[in-house]
Design a protein around this ligand. Structure first.
Ligand SMILES: [Zn+2]
Length: 135
């Protein structure tokens, strides 16, 4: 599997950097960012290192969005969100990541809102999300 030892997300995939991982399949990982736009904010990544979303090969690209669609209902349910919002930029970490953000009102999908969440809240949400995604 193509990985980069200088990429923080590849390091998370390799379990050399800790992260609160809530979902994993053969090709993807989902975990909490350091700061949440709303509690439950997830980063969904392909395990294979690719910098730019639209450089992905078609099957890999479609598999990523299938995984996003798979996670959204459980994320919405656990966080009682009205909708799950999606954003992809990729300037901070050059490894494709889809932000899946529980939204309760318009205009919340805004990175300037992101802040750390309490450790007990993160633990509680992670447990509920893992249960939802296993189901
Ligand atoms: Zn990477």
């Amino acid at each position: 599997m193509a990985t980069s030892t200088t990429c923080i997300f590849c390091e998370i995939v390799a379990r050399r950097i800790p992260a609160t991982i809530v979902f994993e399949d053969a090709e993807h990982l989902a975990f909490f960012p350091l700061e949440h736009i709303n509690p439950g904010h997830l980063l969904l990544i392909p395990k294979r290192h690719v910098d730019y979303l639209f450089d992905m090969e078609a099957p890999e690209y479609h598999a990523l969005w299938s995984a996003a669609a798979e996670l959204a209902p459980g994320l919405r349910s656990v966080t009682a969100a009205k909708r799950v919002g999606v954003a992809v930029e990729g300037f901070a970490v050059p490894h494709v990541h889809v932000h899946l953000v529980p939204l309760h009102a318009p205009d919340e999908l805004n990175p300037t809102r992101a802040k750390p969440i309490a450790e007990d809240e993160a633990d509680r949400l992670a447990k509920l999300l893992r249960e939802a995604f296993d189901a």
